[in-house]
Design a protein around this ligand. Structure first.
Ligand code: SAM
Length: 280
């Protein structure tokens, strides 16, 4: 997105002087929907951690593999919270490749995401875009489009991928609990979160990016430890896709990788973890 030259070029609800997490993340994934303020945040992050792009790529790769995995179960309803800007492979495209009956409801509150999402989905009656605050679970779970399209008496998949690290304070486990409580048995949650591995050189990477996100105009983006993240997955049995002895919460790139890797993971890639949990 070129920097707007007149107010009429700025979509309704967008503040071109305030960076957006959706646009910055989209930029790291190669998207072009950026304003100058978003570019400045990307530059700062890249200066602080040159391999920061590996966090976004690791996260998105995990989301894609988790969706492929779950699309092969018999579940055909997906609630994608904080869905982000459309990329090459979006949740509905992945799951409908396996089951063209699959329904997907995307939820976000970023006006650019909502505009792109609605345009992209216009022709697909099985896919919907909802504007709601994902950190107020009732506003999502009681949303009329969500209720009209997803049947909460049958198993469904809730995605909270790359979202809960934007919750400040210690409310994130409570928010996740509300989503898990609303799900029928046999449902799944796909989850990822910025990670502080508590290894000095990796903690340093985490803190450098966190400082830019938390102290900058976006004001959010916490790298939490395993002990801080695990309570967000309470009430779920974590899938162990690699080996039964491994923890279900894994570095995103190591959660069921597509094959052997040619190069070792960067430090940044080790600063985001993901899990898929099943509600018993
Ligand atoms: N889930 C996608 C992924 O992992 O590729 C996108 C993750 S992106 C880092 C975070 C998304 O959450 C952004 O699109 C942002 O607009 C959205 N988001 C952040 N806070 C939100 C809120 N309170 N309500 C709805 N969406 C929110």
């Amino acid at each position: 997105m070129a920097a707007p030259t007149s107010p009429s070029q700025v979509p309704v609800g967008v503040d071109p002087n305030r960076p957006s997490i959706a646009r910055v993340y989209g930029g790291f994934l190669g998207g072009k929907d950026l304003y100058e303020v978003d570019r400045q945040v990307m530059v700062k992050i890249n200066e602080a951690v040159p391999e920061a792009v590996d966090i976004a790529r690791g996260n998105r790769g995990f989301l894609n593999r988790a969706c492929r995995f779950l699309a092969q179960t018999r579940i055909s309803q997906f609630l994608d919270c904080g869905s982000g800007l459309p990329t090459a492979e979006n949740t509905h495209q992945i799951v409908q490749r396996f089951n063209d009956e699959a329904k997907v409801v995307y939820v976000d509150n970023d006006p650019v995401v909502l505009a792109h999402g609605r345009a992209l989905l216009e022709d697909d009656f099985r896919v919907h875009m909802v504007s709601a605050d994902i950190f107020q679970p009732r506003s999502v779970l009681e949303n009329e489009v969500v209720r009209a399209n997803l049947d909460f008496t049958r198993p469904l998949v809730v995605l909270q991928v790359g979202t809960m690290h934007h919750v400040e304070g210690d409310h994130a486990p409570e928010i996740m609990r509300e989503y898990v409580d609303a799900l029928p048995s046999g449902s799944y949650v796909v989850f990822s979160h910025f990670f502080d591995p508590q290894v000095p050189e990796l903690t340093e990477i985490a803190r450098r990016i966190e400082n830019i996100l938390v102290n900058g105009p976006m004001g959010a983006g916490r790298f939490r430890t395993r002990d801080e993240i695990l309570p967000m997955l309470d009430g779920l049995e974590l899938i162990k896709p690699n080996a039964p002895s491994e923890p279900g919460l894994a570095v995103c790139d190591e959660w069921w990788p597509d094959g052997p890797r040619l190069t070792p993971l960067s430090g940044a890639a080790r600063c985001i973890v993901g899990a898929v949990g099943r509600k018993p």
